[in-house]
Design a protein around this ligand. Structure first.
Ligand SMILES: [Zn+2]
Ligand SMILES: [Zn+2]
Length: 282
């Protein structure tokens, strides 16, 4: 353990006002990370798509250049490191566009997300449907998409792994094992990391993504981790990272992945200046 034992790991999941449902620019988030003595963070706003997929929740293709400029400005203005990233959605028909787009731009990190719409429902009728009939099919479909996402090889980190629990509807244990274990096996084979995302503590479920059980299965498979607040306002940078780090340690993690130019490098938890490159433990 280094003398910087209390240092927070980098926040690799933050948004900007360009997505239409968040506040602030990368420089605002970066200043907050500086206050928290984070050495590094990533801007990972929702990636634009050309397919008319969920345009309300992402920047337009035209705005992407502005996003890039904001990141570059912030990189030169502040002394800690800001990674240029995106949170990209995996959905039917996205692969050929993203294969081109994600390789055209000089990204440091790409989060891969499945934002399957049914579990966002908040109106009463849809909640009832979700409760009684749709829970298992929704999760089955969700995890199938997450596994396909891993295997398409376009992304670095699986974001908010068990997101369908967002509104508090969790899978029964038996189904959880049945759907999650093969998905984690496929993620491990694909060489992706998963993030410990603290936004679940702010959602109705009140639990980090993923759950302690799922994170411990991920650790058994030596799947590397990152940390993300999913900040949609600058004040949320690093939110509840003490709990996230405690959870990671509890299930046995000793390292997290840092990224640059989309290359992963393991870093010891609680201290970035120990020997790291040769470490094999995640
Ligand atoms: Zn968002
Ligand atoms: Zn997301």
């Amino acid at each position: 353990m280094s003398e910087n034992g209390s240092r927070l790991p980098p926040d690799y999941h933050t948004h900007t006002e360009l997505c239409g449902h968040a506040e602030g620019r990368p420089a605002d988030y970066l200043r907050q990370s500086l206050k928290l003595h984070m050495e590094q963070m990533a801007a990972t706003d929702h990636c634009p798509t050309p397919h008319g997929y969920d345009p309300e929740n992402r920047m337009s293709m035209e705005d992407f250049e502005r996003y890039r400029e904001w990141v570059v400005e912030a990189q030169s203005a502040e002394k800690q490191q800001l990674l240029f990233g995106v949170e990209a959605d995996f959905y039917a028909g996205c692969v050929s566009f993203q294969d081109e787009f994600l390789h055209t731009h000089p990204l440091d990190i790409v989060l891969g997300s499945v934002h399957y719409q049914s579990f966002w429902a908040t109106d009463k009728a849809e909640q009832t449907l979700f409760d009684k009939d749709e829970l298992i099919p929704i999760y089955r479909r969700y995890y199938k998409l997450v596994a396909l996402m891993a295997e398409c090889g376009l992304y670095d980190v699986v974001a908010h792994f068990d997101l369908p629990k967002k509104n508090g509807r969790k899978l029964p244990d038996e189904e959880q094992r049945k759907f999650v274990l093969p998905t984690l096996d496929r993620i491990a084979r694909a060489g992706m990391a998963i993030e410990i995302n603290t936004s679940g503590l702010r959602d109705k479920v009140g639990e980090i993504y993923p759950s302690p059980q799922i994170l411990s299965w991920a650790h058994e498979r030596e799947i590397p981790i990152t940390f993300g607040s999913n900040a949609h306002s600058p004040g949320q940078v690093g939110a509840d990272f003490d709990q996230a780090v405690a959870l990671a340690r509890e299930v046995g993690y000793t390292h997290y992945n840092s990224y640059a130019d989309r290359i992963a490098n393991p870093v010891p938890l609680n201290g970035a200046d120990g020997p790291s490159a040769s470490a094999t433990s995640t």
